[in-house]
Design a binder for this molecule. Structure first.
Ligand code: F6R
Length: 615
């Protein structure tokens, strides 16, 4: 989950590395560090907390050089303290390293190295890697950093992304990827080259990238990039031209990235739809899925794997895929899937939903599916990410970079992708009549406008946040296709405002959670004018009868609800299947407004990281 940047070339490495880390700070902000080579040995600056602390340190004690590595940390082993911050230097001071991942056997390796006289400066698992590299460089590898790294990484268990630098061979950086501890992109320049865990870190400088696959190593100098397997076999790597608009990664008029991303959703959803609807024939086109009617008809089951917000998106997708494409769908947490010997065969399609395309649990679930012979698809936002590369077919979210740690536009755009997928599968499988298909497709272009109208609830939500931001607990209730929206609303609130919130299927309230309700417990009900409206009204009554403060999310024109609930937030009438995309908007705005009023760090909430690349 940590962010990594490396540079070798002719420019000032510190400036480029700090700039790159700034773009990656959402990946971890427990500490940050940079190491440079400038003919006077390895120079390191590190500090705890945000990157601004490291910047201040570098300003007061500057570092100059043309080769360097940097890191922003999300702590796993070892508390967020300066001595645990990366980069870590080997005992003799010859080697320095940054790392993303967990060394699962680090205790054993540490004991072994200590018995050989190695002294450790940190509590991290990472330090064993640099000490191992030094050990092999001094014994057997004749000081060669490539060979020493190769030998060292063979001793590691777990998944890793590593960049190593040495004052013994100062012209090169060595990058290694093993498993799915986050990506390693090599950015190609002219007389300079870059390394980064995520492409936004270096996209201002180059769009030409090589992505390391698992068990590959890159030897990167200013003039040259060589890719090899860990056994030393040369590889001809594909160079990707990465499309990306750096302007959209800037906050602009907004106070926080999350706020910007909430407001971008009309545009994002329009981009998700762009080029995928044939308006002449009113049908969906998803060529990147690489699907034929025969393959589509052979599918008997679809399993969606995802984590967090993407998992909730999958719960909504299940409704579309079952109703429109008539496929039996299961939704599973990426982190649980491979621990239960899932039933998969060649007639099972596995769909991973992942904004980053690098979430290790989702990637591991995909690996399991691949090994068992499933057809493997992904819905991803990060173009070129691992999830996209390992899939047989994919659908991009086209949401643009999502920087705020709390996911917003990836939620809505991935729901749209699943709706497109359902219609597309319905077309190929012949489960849709012409009129049904037209009706499903016709609903889509209205979405950007409906989202825009839901965003108009912002001033009212500001007012609600004034009333609610001191509360300690919240309950979100929804039913049917909007039950996952209740889950997502609660997740947004808890992750950025640190208020305890639970999402619950409204009909289950009477089986337990109703005991929690009193006058201190706001209950947000998703009470839209749909097939379950009357059932939801009775939940509102039940909550009111226990003294709860009910905030109802309702459909414009529903005056009745105002006689029942304490507060009503209206959204425009939306076809039931698409209603989660519009209903979630006020809930995102509410979480945001409450968090701002509580003075929370909205874009970088405590303990979280944008891309979770550890298990
Ligand atoms: C919540 C959030 C997380 C992510 C989850 C999966 O706001 O952002 O729950 O949704 O970590 O991330 P991706 O979609 O990148 O696999």
């Amino acid at each position: 989950m940590c962010g990594i940047v490396g540079y070798v070339g002719y420019q000032d490495a510190t400036t480029l590395i700090l700039e790159g880390l700034q773009r990656l700070e959402y990946r971890g902000y427990d500490s940050a560090g940079v190491a440079l080579l400038n003919g006077q040995g390895i120079q390191v600056r590190r500090d705890v907390g945000k990157l601004s602390n490291l910047r201040a340190k570098v300003d007061s004690n500057p570092l100059h050089g043309h080769t360097g590595i940097g890191h922003t940390r999300w702590a796993t082993h070892g508390a967020p303290m300066e001595r645990n911050a990366h980069p870590h230097v080997s005992m003799s001071g010859d080697f320095v390293l940054v790392h993303n991942g967990i060394v699962e056997n680090y205790l054993e390796l540490r004991a072994e190295l200590m018995a050989e006289g190695v002294r450790f400066d940190s509590d991290t698992d990472t330090e064993v890697i640099v000490q191992l590299i030094e050990k092999f460089a001094h014994n057997g590898a004749q000081g060669d950093i490539v060979e020493a790294t190769r030998q060292a990484v063979k001793r590691l268990r777990g998944a890793h992304a590593i960049v190593v630098m040495s004052q013994v061979q100062p012209d090169r950086l060595i990058a290694v990827r093993i498993g799915n501890a986050g990506g390693v992109a090599i950015g190609l320049g002219d007389g300079e080259n870059y390394i980064a865990s995520d492409i936004p870190a270096i996209l201002d400088h180059t769009r030409r990238m090589i992505f390391l696959e698992s068990r590959q190593m890159a030897i990167v100098t200013a003039q040259d990039v060589t890719i090899e397997t860990l056994d030393g076999q040369a590889i001809t790597a594909t160079i990707h031209d990465v499309p990306y608009d750096p302007i959209s990664a800037v906050k602009g008029e907004y106070r926080h990235f999350m706020q910007k991303e909430i407001y971008e959703q009309s545009r994002a959803v329009a981009d998700t739809l762009g080029g995928r609807i044939d308006f002449e024939h009113m049908q969906v086109m998803l060529p990147d899925l690489n699907l034929t009617p025969e393959k589509a008809q052979a599918i008997q089951r679809l399993v969606i794997v995802a984590c967090g917000t993407s998992y909730y998106s999958g719960l909504i997708g299940k409704f579309f895929l079952e109703k429109i494409a008539r496929i039996n769908v299961e939704v599973d947490y990426g982190s649980e899937y491979r621990y239960r010997d899932p039933l998969i065969d060649a007639n099972t399609a596995v769909l991973a939903i992942t904004q980053s395309g690098e979430t290790v649990d989702t990637l591991a679930a995909m690996e399991e599916a691949r090994e068992k012979g499933a057809l493997l698809w992904s819905i991803v936002n990060a173009v070129g990410s691992q999830a996209m590369r390992v899939s047989d077919g994919y659908i991009t979210m086209n949401a643009g970079p999502e920087i705020g740690v709390a996911s917003t536009k990836a939620f809505t755009t991935s729901i749209v992708d699943q709706y497109l997928l359902a219609v597309y599968l319905g077309q190929l499988r012949g489960t849709l009549s012409e009129s049904e298909r037209r009706a499903y497709v016709e609903a889509l272009p209205k979405l950007p406008d409906l989202i825009g109208r839901a965003l108009e609830s912002a001033p009212q939500i500001e007012h609600l946040a004034d009333l609610l931001h001191h509360c300690q607990d919240f309950l979100y209730l929804g039913r049917g296709i909007n039950y996952p929206v209740a889950l997502e609303g609660a997740l947004k609130l808890k992750e950025i405002s640190y208020i305890h919130a639970e999402g619950y299927p409204a009909g289950e309230m009477k089986h337990g959670p109703i005991a929690l309700i009193d006058e201190n417990m706001p209950v947000l009900t998703i009470t839209l004018k749909d097939a379950l409206y009357e059932k939801m009204i009775s939940q509102v009554e039940q909550a009111k009868a226990r003294g709860g403060m009910v905030i109802a999310l309702a459909t414009e024109g529903d005056n009745f609800i105002a006689t029942k609930a304490d507060q009503v937030i209206y959204i425009p009438e939306t076809p039931e299947l698409l209603s989660p995309i519009v209903a979630v908007i006020p809930l995102q705005l509410l979480a945001y407004a409450v968090a701002v009023k509580r003075g929370a760090d909205v874009d970088q909430p405590r303990n979280l990281a944008k891309s979770v690349t550890v298990e």
